[in-house]
Design a protein around this ligand. Structure first.
Ligand code: FPP
Length: 250
């Protein structure tokens, strides 16, 4: 699916621009099932999933969402069949190469978060190229979690901070939430306001464990390749019905 001309570039009139989530995160689940339902190989589900993600990114940009984070590959996904892992790594690389010019032109600032050093070197090169080419862009942040694990991220932050203490660059009293956040992969990026998970699973699956503290969760039965603009509209409508108290009383 590509962006059809019938899709709206305008924020739908039933949504309140003042109460849009600034940052939306997505767990793109259901690619394999989508393909299986059609008698296709799983990898075609992933390929279709890329089109869905591209449409969503464009929609977020058009409607004024400031950041979109997508969970592309978890630290646990290495346990998938070798061919599928290899396909995904090649897919990420190809998509980055193919889409970079458009992202530059459209003002997308791309970030990758995760343990990137374990990725194939050719993919690391494309990642560095894409981040460097888009770092001045301001229209929307697009964060791709690749070889990402929330627990690993937290452990890594603890190690960094412990090293700073050992080297006497900081003291124990300096450690607070704001310092901790600066040691996460997502340093400098606002926490997500809304987490969307497709295909009906009610789990966070080791995704942005620290950052999700006050995110609103929205789970839809729709499989990721079918998550279109209409579905996103529903998710935003639902988000706007929530009262966000952040632990306080309203
Ligand atoms: C989950 O569906 C999907 C993934 C693990 C891969 C998602 C990756 C993409 C859509 C590509 C994104 C590309 C870029 C460049 C960011 P699943 O395979 O777990 O589906 P299932 O639960 O039905 O088996």
């Amino acid at each position: 699916m590509t962006l059809h001309s019938s899709l709206s570039k305008q924020l739908p009139s039933d949504l309140d621009v003042q109460r849009l989530p600034k940052h939306v995160a997505v767990i793109m689940d259901g690619n394999g099932r989508w393909a299986k339902q059609r008698g296709l190989p799983r990898i075609l589900g992933h390929r279709r999933g890329v089109d869905t993600l591209k449409s969503l990114l464009r929609c977020c940009k058009d409607w004024g969402v400031q950041a979109l984070t997508a969970y592309a590959f978890s630290t646990e996904n290495w346990g998938r069949p070798h061919d599928e892992v290899e396909f995904l790594m090649t897919l990420f690389e190809r998509v980055l190469r193919r889409e970079l010019k458009e992202m530059v032109d459209e003002g997308v600032q791309i970030h990758f978060v995760g343990d990137l050093e374990a990725l194939p070197l050719t993919l690391q090169t494309e990642i560095q190229r894409a981040m460097a080419a888009t770092q001045e862009n301001q229209t929307i942040k697009f964060i791709v979690a690749t070889n990402y694990g929330g627990r690993r991220e937290i452990i890594q932050a603890c190690r960094d901070i412990a090293t700073q203490v050992l080297h006497q660059n900081i003291t124990l009293d300096d450690i607070d939430e704001s310092l901790f956040e600066r040691h996460l992969y997502t340093a400098g990026i606002l926490d997500p306001d809304l987490l969307i998970r497709t295909s009906g699973e009610m789990r966070v699956s080791n995704f942005l464990l620290w950052q999700m503290a006050y995110a609103e969760l929205y789970v839809t039965e729709t499989l990721w390749p079918d998550f279109d603009q209409h579905e996103f509209h529903q998710a935003l409508r639902n988000f706007q019905t929530r009262t966000r108290r952040f632990g306080k009383v309203s």
